[in-house]
Design a protein around this ligand. Structure first.
Ligand code: HEM
Length: 492
């Protein structure tokens, strides 16, 4: 029998009865985040479903998730060995591979340090506060010009295609010291089809749980494998070029600094472990991969909300006019003085919850959560969407209202409420790009909105229905319009 041994006095988590062989796969197939939120209302914060014959633990509720990922962080920091993850970065990914031991820990630290040095650390050479500010300002200015140019050429445009290249250029600048043209076909072939990745890497993909499905032809699976191959090839070419031109006296970017870590043997000094060389340099795969799709999706959802709620857009622009004016561009240091803009970003994160689940976790040992027994190697889904729409935490959770984060005078963001929004995970597997992502979203949005007013063509409406995947996308919309807000003052 499949019944595992549950220690005396403990019980297994409750959950819905499933069908033989399929388990609950059918009810979870569409909009998995909504289906699991509904089931959690019946079965509770610690629930067990079956996909195929494999049990999956589903966590809901902010307190329960904090208990598991933070207080019992060691127990829940693993990653499951899922079939589709084998194809990501040749099975060597920091984020998706099953490793959660010393090598993972050391790699995570290296990635974090390299990322920091080339983003938010004070810049010794540039006039900007830091390299991140310099890169984002440049790309956001470029986007403004591009959108106005597109308006000159036609009546409307699809902003996603341009946003994703601009965001990719920011992470490219940090990782590779390189920027791409908005028409570069090789880059477009990767960044424009990231849904080929997100559909398969989504939590609850049946092919990860029902082995039989792997032997049936699947278009989404072959697109996924193809995407990963192209992605790896694209990055390997750049890394090779970096090795060829490497100069230890001139560390140009994240790739150089990772090469330095291998060549200068700094790793051994810092950690007891010797990490294989290629597992250091290929950390750029994770940084680049995690760095463009997420931030581009955030900005794209932002534009969707801004055209749907023109009054909210106006209020952000008024705040920008009052605080920054038109004489200079927004800077990262302005962020603390723009509470409404900040509240909008938080509400966009909460309401869209465009990462509905974290990447799946797994238990590293037998453990107990809220009195339920959880065996080692149990696959765990963390339902961020549920937390962000929990009626126990939010009044009218389905309403989009940035003001829920502001004090009565509208002068300050309530920090405690802001921290209830769960989008970057928590604990030992928490996103390492979180600060960078938040800064980027702020600076892109404030720069765009200082100069442009966004709308959709007369009579058109944007479709906000989320499409399920690793990141929730919206349907592409070609009816966006942008117009210059107030004429730039001339400098003479
Ligand atoms: C992991 C969210 C941007 C790098 C994650 C996870 C989430 C997340 C939910 C999984 C957490 C878990 O499994 O518990 C986001 C969101 C972003 C964003 C919402 C943008 C708005 C970025 C950026 C970078 C980045 C810009 C890097 C440049 C990573 C890495 C991991 C990760 C490397 C894997 C960490 C590990 O497994 O140890 N992110 N992320 N992310 N993120 Fe992000």
């Amino acid at each position: 029998s499949l019944q595992q041994h549950v220690p005396q006095g403990l019980k297994s988590p409750p959950g819905p009865r499933g069908y033989p062989i399929l388990g609950n796969a059918l009810e979870l197939r569409k909009d998995t985040h909504l289906a699991l939120t509904r089931l959690s209302q019946k079965y509770g914060d610690v629930m067990e479903v079956r996909i195929g014959t494999r049990p999956v633990l589903v966590l809901s509720g902010l307190d329960t998730i904090r208990q598991a990922l933070v207080k019992q962080g060691e127990d829940f920091m693993g990653r499951p060995d899922l079939h589709s993850f084998h194809h990501v970065a040749d099975g060597q990914s920091l984020a998706f591979s099953p490793d959660s031991g010393e090598v993972w820990k050391a790699r995570r630290k290296l990635a974090q340090n390299a990322l920091k040095t080339f983003s938010v650390a004070p810049s010794p050479t540039s006039s900007s506060t830091c390299l991140l500010e310099e890169h984002v300002s440049k790309e956001a200015d470029y986007l403004v010009i591009k959108f106005l140019q597109l308006m000159d050429e036609g009546k409307s445009f699809d902003p996603y295609r341009y946003i994703v290249v601009s965001v990719a250029n920011v992470i490219c600048a940090m990782c590779f010291g390189k920027r791409y043209d908005h028409n570069d076909q090789e880059l477009l072939d990767i960044v424009n089809v990231s849904d080929q990745f997100g559909e398969v890497a989504a939590s609850g993909n049946p092919a990860d749980f029902i082995p039989l499905l792997r032997y049936l032809p699947s278009r989404t699976m072959s697109l996924f494998k193809d995407f990963n191959k192209r992605f790896l090839h694209f990055l390997q070419k750049i890394v090779k070029e970096h090795y060829r031109t490497y100069d230890k006296n001139n560390i140009r970017d994240i790739t150089d600094s990772l090469i330095e870590q291998c060549l200068e043997k700094k790793v051994e000094a810092n950690t007891a472990m010797q990490i294989p060389k290629e597992k250091i340099v290929n950390l750029v795969n994770d940084l680049f991969g995690a760095g463009f799709d997420t931030v581009a999706t955030a900005l794209s959802w932002s534009l969707m909300y801004l055209v749907t709620y023109p009054n909210i857009q106006k209020r952000i622009q008024e705040e920008l006019d009052q605080t920054i004016g038109q004489e200079r561009r927004p800077r990262l240091s302005d962020r603390g003085m723009l509470p409404y803009t900040e509240a909008f970003i938080l509400e966009m994160f909460r309401h869209s919850s465009f990462l509905p689940f974290t990447i799946p976790h797994s238990t590293t040992r037998d453990t107990v959560l809220n009195g339920y027994y959880i065996p080692k190697d149990r696959c765990v889904f963390v339902n961020q969407w549920q937390v962000n729409h929990d009626e126990k935490l939010w009044k009218d959770p389905l309403t989009f209202d940035p003001e829920r984060f502001l004090n009565a005078e509208g002068t300050e963001v309530n920090k405690v409420d802001g921290e209830k929004v769960l989008l970057f995970g928590l604990g030992k597997r928490k996103c390492i790009g979180e600060p960078i992502a938040r800064w980027q979203v702020f600076l892109f949005l404030s720069t765009l909105l200082q100069q442009l007013e966004f709308s959709v063509c007369n009579g058109k409406k944007v479709d906000m229905t989320p499409l399920y995947g690793l990141t929730l996308k919206h349907k592409r919309c070609e009816h966006f319009q942008a117009k210059q807000r107030s004429p730039m003052k001339s400098t003479n």
